[in-house]
Design a protein around this ligand. Structure first.
Ligand code: HEM
Length: 103
């Protein structure tokens, strides 16, 4: 496999074991005004902390990935996703807004 292959660089063993849960949505929207294919990938990654998930993986890919020649970054967004409500005493977002208990 090429040393700069996307899958080779993206795997956890290549960058200190950082892990993300991925969900990709490929899209093809016909052609743009110049007849070029308007297609791409909506890339979603889930993790507890982007500083130890997406960011180090993306840095590695940005530096060396051979795929970069064929793709163009269009936009990014970061969302905080609270966990689900566990029971009648829980409420949505509690874990985000409650200070952790002191020892
Ligand atoms: C246009 C953009 C991209 C394309 C076309 C693409 C394509 C692929 C393909 C075909 C695979 C192998 C099949 C699979 O496991 O799904 C893969 C794996 C992977 N990609 Fe991407 N990818 C893109 C962007 C990204 C980005 C932005 C990241 C993270 C920053 C990423 C991280 C990964 C990871 C972690 C794997 C699995 C590596 C492993 O086997 O452990 N990819 N990608």
């Amino acid at each position: 496999m090429l040393p700069t292959a996307h899958v080779r660089l993206a795997r956890p063993a290549a960058h200190g074991g950082h892990r993300i849960l991925r969900r990709g949505y490929s899209f093809t929207d016909g052609t743009d005004g110049l007849g070029r294919l308007d297609a791409g990938l909506f890339f979603l990654a889930y993790q507890r902390d982007p500083r130890t998930g997406f960011i180090p993986v993306q840095r590695e890919l940005a530096r060396h990935d051979a795929l970069n020649e064929y793709i163009q970054h269009v936009g990014s967004a970061l969302f905080a996703i609270p966990p689900g409500v566990r029971d009648a005493h829980d409420w949505w977002g509690r874990a985000l807004f409650t200070a952790p208990a002191k020892d």
